[in-house]
Design a protein around this ligand. Sequence first.
Ligand code: FES
Length: 111
Amino acid sequence: MSAAPAPGTVLGRLDALEDGKGKVMHGGPGGTFVVRSGDEAFAWRNLCPHAGMPLAMPDGRVLVHQGQNIVCPVHGASFDVRSGACTGGPAAGDELTAVPVDVVNGEIIVR
Ligand code: FES
């Protein structure tokens, strides 16, 4: 698995993401993905707490249902885009691992 990105790392531009969508923006399959929600960005380690599988698909895209819930493609657990808390499926009580970020001048930067 890739290391978490260091503080100050620029993950990319917010406008590279469609609103309500997510994709891997650092470190490949075991790295970090970002979901856009309006003018905000939420970054998470690309690891499902259920069975430790990547949450992103092989092409780097992340399934986000109605812009609200990240859905694991392996067994279908879902997680709140903003809090990372499990909202359904087999990872109940678990949560995603956050990578805190800020959006500064359109760039997504690790805090
Ligand atoms: S590995 Fe994600 S739901 Fe099982």
